[in-house]
Design a protein around this ligand. Structure first.
Ligand SMILES: Cc1ncc(COP(=O)(O)O)c(C=O)c1O
Length: 419
């Protein structure tokens, strides 16, 4: 029972304090109760709480302008939604209508939301209960050098082989049937998988060659999480559609959307886009997006996020890796990191199995409980602990949380069976 929150900390109803290394659900990029964000919300509430989607409104227009300005040069329109799932759902619909094709390719080890289409795009076990799948959604393997589906031993091989695999999938599915490829630019919940050099450029090239729309899902990786406005800024690759939510306004009011390329927007100039939402561009949500983006600029939050990754989290996790045999790999960037835990470094056997539950998941549950006991709220998934506090967390709090993880990993080492 959460009673209150401030910045990167929150307190339960018994007064116990937690340091939030999960940013709630990876959305609270700016922390709890930022005074300027709360003030902007109150100010908008006093002026106009709601307005139908067909009206223009200053908060809505300003939010769209600020987001489009931070997007690639040829992406100038924003379609607002209420969250991330509606963003991927509508991006898929735009791509299908724009191309007149029906297939959409997405990766295993991904999450794209829980609505009818977005859960089918999803490449993790949360999709299973929603199957049989919607026709036309095809899965492929993205790159993950540490646990390569292609038996690669380094990033160069992984890029080359993952691209050859994707080219093959496009060939056998029929390139002229493929409307879109959707990727989490940096895969979030399924492992903080940073694409190896050259991979995104290769996907862009395949899309251009075959007239396929490239969709980057930046719902988790955007708005400072990776130290940039969008994770794709790291790689110099521009998609045709960008899905965003979460960190755009830290979820003070639900908001998401799709930034749309001029070419795709043109498709809907004299033809209705059939994706109306009563709360599209909600003024309370948009006013908080405007405030949040301005606060990011005023307070140098992107610089701080980069600093946390480069000077604090990265070095600290690498130091822990030398000490704890149970750490197979650490990886990430900005304020978006994973500790991939193993039983054996040589075989890379996962600390708990894929999608483990009950007794099989117990070793991980023990680590999570030990973190909580010590006042750290962690994010864990399968055999991994992720490090993802609000991106403006001060250094000393990040170090405090990392020290707790360091202590707790002694428990993980006890399960180590390797040499
Ligand atoms: C990459 C990604 N896409 C889409 C979503 C769905 O967003 P929402 O829960 O706001 O619908 C999530 C949520 O975690 C996500 O991480």
């Amino acid at each position: 029972m959460v009673a209150r929150g401030e910045g990167s900390e929150f307190w339960d109803d018994s007064g116990k304090r937690y340091l939030d290394f999960s940013s709630q659900l990876l959305n609270l990029n700016i922390g709890h109760q930022h005074p300027k964000l709360v003030a902007a919300l109150k100010e908008q509430a006093d002026r106009l709480c709601t307005v139908a989607p067909f009206h223009a409104n200053d908060a809505r227009s300003e939010a769209a302008r600020l987001i489009a300005e931070r997007s690639p040069a040829n992406l100038n329109m924003v379609f607002f939604t209420n969250g991330g799932a509606e963003a991927t759902e509508n991006a898929m619909r735009m791509a299908r209508l724009h191309t007149g094709r029906h297939k959409v390719l997405s990766t295993y080890r991904s999450y794209h939301g829980a609505t009818g289409g977005s859960i089918q795009l999803t490449g993790d076990p949360r999709r299973w209960p929603a199957e049989p799948a919607m026709p036309g959604i095809v899965k492929f393997w993205g790159p993950y050098t540490y646990r390569s589906a292609f038996h690669s031993s380094n990033d160069t091989e992984e890029t080359e082989r993952a691209l050859a695999h994707l080219a093959d999938v496009i060939m056998v599915e029929g390139a002229t049937n493929v409307a879109a490829i959707i990727l989490e630019t940096v895969v979030g919940t399924n492992g903080i998988l940073v694409p190896p050099p050259g991979y995104l450029a290769g996907v862009r090239e395949l899309c251009d060659r075959h007239g396929i729309v490239l969709i980057f899902d930046e719902v988790m990786s955007g708005f400072g999480r990776c130290g940039e406005w969008f994770a794709f800024d790291h790689f110099g690759i521009a998609p045709d559609l960008v899905c965003f939510a979460k960190g755009v306004n830290s979820g003070y009011v639900p908001l998401g959307g799709v930034v749309v390329s001029d070419a795709i927007a043109d498709t809907f100039r004299d033809r209705q886009f059939p994706g109306g939402l009563t709360y599209s561009g909600h003024p309370l949500a948009c006013a908080t997006a405007v405030a949040s983006i301005n606060i990011f600029e005023e307070e140098g939050i992107l610089d701080h996020a980069r600093h946390l990754g480069t000077d604090v989290i990265g070095p600290e996790l690498r130091r822990m890796q030398e000490k704890h045999p149970s750490i197979g790999e650490v990886r990430g960037l900005g304020v978006f990191w994973a500790i991939d835990l193993v039983r054996d470094r040589a075989t890379r056997e996962m600390f708990v199995p894929f999608n483990a539950a009950g007794d099989a998941a117990k070793p991980m549950a023990e680590l999570v409980a030990a973190c909580k006991e010590r006042g750290l709220w962690p994010f864990s998934h399968f055999n991994r602990i992720h490090v993802a506090p609000p991106v403006n967390t001060p250094d000393h709090l990040v170090r405090e949380g990392l020290a707790i993880i360091d202590e707790v990993l002694d428990l993980a080492d006890r399960h180590y069976t390797g040499a």
